[in-house]
Design a protein around this ligand. Structure first.
Ligand code: SF4
Length: 426
């Protein structure tokens, strides 16, 4: 099916256009703008080509400003495979299949993930990096996170914020403190704030709407929410108030593993909540944990296909890290190499998506975050939680702290580009 891409002049025009098209029944998906069509770190709308004229009429009627509508070239990505590597013929054939723009099956994705051949692993990570370069370019997007509450009503077996962890000192930031943290990061140039918390219903719909409106009014930033599951009407209210993105991880798309890790969550409810986000026009993030008990490459392949089928725009992949005082505290951590393979395969299969090199990668290995950026990732999240609260946001133990300075240094050290909005600090 051929597709067209609509590149808008500003983010607010893109979001307005996306909403108008969706309301008119046009199937839309959002992708990071490929570098040949416009500015990096922006998002564009993709529609079926046969609906181009109808879409143009709607955009004109709604006065949405756009810089162009272009035929989205069928994706080919030659040159993913390094030469003279000792890799299996079937493995090479799969990379070739990706180069020609064909989709991989579950078994084929599993084959890529399951490899233990060092030459194949090296080739896979390099292919992920080349695909990153071809799809989203060299800029590393830098976003700021505020972990504003570590209270949680849930009891996930891997997470240090779980409600049964009575040894964790709990905190809640007041709404004005959250807005102040966003203002501070805006001063440094950051243009997207991630508001993250446990599932804490103290922050009612009304409180969150006021926080979102205040941040929009005072900073104009893009707002990403990561509040866990919320009823659809609340998600809609947050969206109307100005929230742009929402992160809701599935953690494992395999029902059994999901249920083992989430004793009080319902798999179908989680999937429905992610669908709600898409329908409400959020740029939607999800992702998975690598190394949960019982997880094998075939389950991770399921995760990749789940993210593809759900049309996820931001993909968070990190190794499992044990948290003190949780049922999983004595489980072994996830494997760095498998996490890197997942980043690479996510990039190869999902292509035009935002993939952070996560704080969990920085925690599990001193150069984990760097390796993530070199295997397909293109985003870093910087921690702006006030120091007095930071230590208590212990989703897992010994969490690394990613600062703006460490992020900037890392991007420079690997020869990648900083986004234009970042004001460098000494
Ligand atoms: S993973 Fe999220 S929902 Fe589960 S206990 Fe931790 S903070 Fe709460």
């Amino acid at each position: 099916m051929s597709e067209h891409i609509i590149v808008c002049s500003t983010t607010s025009n893109m979001l307005k256009g996306e909403k108008a098209l969706r309301k008119s029944g046009i199937p839309v998906r959002l992708i990071p703008t490929p570098k040949r069509y416009g500015k990096l770190c922006t998002t564009s709308i993709v529609i079926p080509s046969e609906m181009k004229s109808y879409a143009e009429a709607i955009l004109q009627k709604e006065k949405v400003e756009y810089t162009g509508i272009y035929e989205l070239e069928p994706f080919r990505a030659d040159g993913l495979l390094p030469e003279d590597k000792k890799i299996g013929e079937d493995f090479a054939a799969l990379i070739k299949k990706i180069e020609s723009g064909e989709d991989l099956t579950l078994k084929e994705i599993e084959r890529l993930l399951a490899t233990e051949n060092p030459a194949e692993i090296e080739a896979l990570l390099a292919a992920g990096d080349r695909m990153r370069q071809k799809t989203v370019g060299d800029v590393v997007d830098i976003r700021g996170a505020v972990e504003f509450s570590n209270h949680c009503r849930k009891n996930c077996n891997y997470c240090g914020l779980r409600r049964s962890n009575i040894s964790l000192p709990r905190y809640r930031m007041m709404p004005h403190e959250i807005v102040e943290a966003a203002v501070e990061m805006r001063k440094l140039g950051i243009s997207t704030v991630i508001l993250q918390s446990g599932e804490d219903l103290w922050y009612t719909e009304e409180k969150m709407v006021n926080i979102i409106r205040s941040i929009k009014r005072e900073t104009g930033m893009r707002i990403t929410l990561s509040l866990g599951e919320r009823p659809r009407h609340e998600l809609e209210a947050f969206r109307k108030a100005g929230a742009n993105n929402y992160l809701l991880k599935i953690e494992s798309a395999n029902r059994k593993i999901f249920e083992l890790a989430h004793p009080d969550d319902d798999y179908d409810a989680r999937v429905k909540n992610i669908r709600d986000l898409k329908e409400l026009g959020y740029i939607t993030g999800s992702g998975c944990i690598v190394g949960l008990p019982g997880q094998r490459p075939e389950h991770l392949a399921e995760d990749i296909l789940f993210l593809k089928e759900m049309g996820i725009n931001m993909v968070g992949i990190g190794p499992f890290l044990p948290a003190r005082n949780t049922p999983f505290e004595n489980m072994p951590p996830g494997d760095v190499l498998m996490s890197l393979k997942m980043v690479a395969v996510a990039r190869l299969v999902l292509k035009h998506v935002f993939i952070p090199s996560t704080t969990a990668m920085a925690t599990i290995s001193p150069d984990g975050q760097k390796k993530g950026l070199l295997s397909g990732a293109n985003v870093i999240m910087v921690n702006f939680t006030p120091l007095r609260y930071r230590k208590a946001y212990e989703i897992y133990s010994n969490k690394a702290v990613v600062t703006l300075k460490s992020a900037v240094d890392l991007v420079k050290s690997i020869g990648r580009k900083l986004p234009p909005y970042i004001k460098e600090i000494e």
